[in-house]
Ligand binder design. Sequence first.
Ligand code: 13P
Length: 288
Amino acid sequence: MGLVSATDMLVKAKAGKYAVGQFNINNLEWTKSILLTAEELKSPVILGVSEGAAKYMTGYKTVTAMVKAMIEELNITVPVALHLDHGSYEGAKKALDAGFSSIMFDGSHYPIEENIEKTKELVELCHSKGVSIEAEVGSIGGEEDGVVGKGEVADPKECKMIADLGVDFLAAGIGNIHGKYPANWEGLDFEALDAIQKETGVLPLVLHGGTGIPADMIAKAITLGVSKINVNTECQLYFQEATRKYIEAGKDLEGKGFDPRKLLAPGAAAIQTCVKEKMELFGSIGKA
Ligand code: 13P
């Protein structure tokens, strides 16, 4: 199967009360590890690409070509969406042109009228190509690739206004932040989530900042309408820890341990472990 839009998988997830993971990719190892795990566990999967990661990988076209080829070469049969994460207005158009199958337009930093206007235009553009689109209301806190959000809790009425534009799924800030949660984090605002779901009905909701959210909060968020959960930092931390262990054990100094295919192998295996744990937690195993 080639790339698919994320709409179908998330409609099914919302109805089935589980969530599909969006795992952000940075390079070939990341992509391969995530695809292999999704296939092994028969789980649908969304590969997230931030604008910074796309630039790092030399551009949207390179990313699309790599992912499409990898799906074919690895005989991946589960549904895979290639999704722009926190896209700007210009970035959304570029990723769309390059063949991404799903787009997030993050207009949360604009006044709501401008967010509505730009989202509306991009909804039409994406849908004319059969591509799914995610919008955001109430910025997600923390910093990701230079995009800094204050971490507002979204206004349910504004969520409804954006939902009515025909977006396929909606990211709404509910006290979640990107990166590690601070020790004094107050947790997710479930009252806000409930109010947002009441306003937006069957629309799948997206929980950003999936790294480090305790299992009970994830389960509750899913019962309140979250159908897509984004994970980025946690895979990076798993990769870093495994790579550190390899180097600290002096394995890079033994034989051909310096070969990048050996040096990056423990980190790549650790990403697989991380993705597996998340898919178990989100309930997406066997749902492909
Ligand atoms: P984390 O890096 O906190 O897992 O957040 C990922 C994310 O929300 C990507 O949009």
